[in-house]
Design a protein around this ligand. Structure first.
Ligand code: ATP
Length: 456
């Protein structure tokens, strides 16, 4: 099988060239490892989040949604253990001034190299001079209210999960659910990462998609298996090639203090196998801690049996930016068509930022008018674009690079018989379709089963 054409540099360049993702604050010289999403990036990431919501809410009936605040009572982070323990011990090199995560050094993580002697891992080059591991707190601190004084300290949440635990009682009361049931949330989280990098893979401000699934304690091991399989499958259903995905179970030494079992869904990024999402069996740690710190009872009372218990929690925790990067990397392709290099994003149609582009072949003879009429008929039901400028070849290349599955071209024949050509992004086949049947035709094709053409 030929090696993938994709590299991180090519993704970064395409994202900038086509307005998906830019370095933030560029006019001020930039601020390291911080990114802004442009039009197509917003559409793509929104589709990723919507697919997550769909799999959590529309396709099941045992999960409810939540949107909790980013600023929470500081005691939340004492109870969760973040204030004391949310640190990655780090090791500095006195020679090259680079900083490395101690756990990455210990496990000799792939891709980790001494900046001065890249053939060696850090610490093993002739001039390496590493410090002992030191702790850093990764939470962003801020103050609430106009005056900085004691008691006004607050933290930007480093994960969305705690907002779910502290609302357990509210949700139980109003959702009419009983375990097993889940609470799902999507939103921004903030971590003062010591070593951000690799584009949007690791940033200090990012979006998470987390779901806490509350179960009767004896059912926890089975639900852990169910959620690992379900989350692994989700990425494949959205087109990621199976050979680029794996589930890696954490060994005993790697487990967090609260977790009895954790597995990572990993994707083979251009930087090597890396975590996309973690699935953890958190036991009753979180509810027990918040009950202890808040004084509120956080348990479930089953009226028919008279049983009272603290549910155990299975948590699939994913990153919206990291998932978006994986979908981009997996979709990126280069091929030679009629002697010319074509760059194309072979995205699942459900993820593609734009579903259809309407292109008049020339800017005269009634073609732009007909293209506008078709665009107006389509745009209410699917993300559509009208693209009138430049040569047709250039416009196809642009749509290929943003991953638009279908291009509808209005040509001279269209004016005579009200038919248009529909060009398919992956196969490059062109089909003539009656203009008036276009919305139905495209809707059917967009909702048909899809598998990555890179799987051939
Ligand atoms: P890592 O080991 O890569 O730092 P983690 O195990 O600390 O990740 P979790 O706390 O389990 O991550 O968060 C769940 C998910 O949130 C991760 O799998 C990832 O997709 C996303 N995520 C975590 N930290 C970041 C970050 N700094 N930038 C972008 N996404 C992140």
């Amino acid at each position: 099988m030929p090696e993938d054409a994709v590299t991180m540099d090519k993704i970064v360049a395409l994202c900038k060239r086509r307005g998906f993702i830019f370095a933030s604050s560029e006019i001020y010289g930039g601020i390291g490892s911080t990114y802004d999403y442009g039009h197509y990036g917003v559409l793509l990431k929104t589709n990723v989040k919507n697919e997550w919501w769909r799999s959590m809410l529309s396709e099941r009936d045992d999960i409810v949604a939540l949107d909790s605040a980013i600023l929470q009572h500081p005691r939340v982070w004492e109870a969760s253990g973040h204030l004391a323990g949310f640190t990655d011990p780090m090791v500095d090199c006195r020679t090259c001034k680079e900083r490395f995560r101690a756990d990455h050094l210990a496990e000799r993580a792939p891709g980790l190299a001494c900046p001065r002697k890249p053939s060696k891992p850090p610490g093993e080059g002739p001039d390496c001079d590493l410090t002992a591991a030191r702790d850093f707190n990764l939470m962003f601190k801020t103050t609430v209210g106009p005056v900085e004084e004691t008691g006004s300290v607050a933290y930007l949440r480093p994960e969305t999960a705690q907002g779910i635990f502290i609302n357990f009682k509210n949700v139980l009361q109003f959702s009419r659910k009983k375990p097993p049931f889940g609470i799902a949330q999507v939103g921004k989280s903030f971590r003062n990462e010591i070593t951000p990098g690799n584009f949007v893979f690791r940033t200090r401000e990012f979006e998470q998609m987390e779901m806490e699934f509350f179960v009767p304690p004896p059912e926890a091991p089975a639900w852990y298996e169910t959620w690992k399989a379900e989350r692994f499958d989700w990425y494949q259903r959205l087109g990621i090639r199976p050979e680029k995905l794996r589930l890696r179970e954490h060994g005993g030494g790697e487990l967090s203090h609260y977790s009895s079992a954790t597995a990572d869904v990993e994707y083979r990024f251009p930087i090597g196998w890396s975590e996309l999402e973690g699935v953890a069996n958190r036991g009753d740690f979180d509810l027990t801690q918040h009950a202890l710190f808040s004084g509120e009872k956080l348990e479930y009372y089953d009226q028919p049996t008279g049983e009272r218990y603290v549910p155990h929690v299975i948590e699939p925790a994913a990153g919206a930016d990291r998932a978006t990067l994986a979908f981009l990397a997996d979709a990126y392709d280069e091929e030679t068509v009629e002697g010319e290099l074509r760059t194309v994003l072979k995205l699942h149609p459900r993820l593609a930022p734009v579903k259809v582009a309407v292109l008049p072949l020339v800017r005269k003879d009634g073609q732009p008018e007909m293209a506008r009429e078709l665009f107006a008929a389509l745009r209410g039901t699917m993300q559509s674009e009208l693209d009138e400028g430049g040569s047709i070849g250039k416009r196809y290349r642009r749509q290929d690079e943003i991953g638009t599955p279908y291009c509808v071209t209005v040509d001279h024949q269209s004016i005579e018989d009200r038919t248009v050509t529909v060009r398919e992004r992956d196969s490059l086949t062109q089909e003539r379709v009656a203009a008036d049947a276009l919305p139905g035709h495209l809707a059917a094709r967009l909702s048909a089963p899809w598998r990555s053409p890179k799987l051939r």
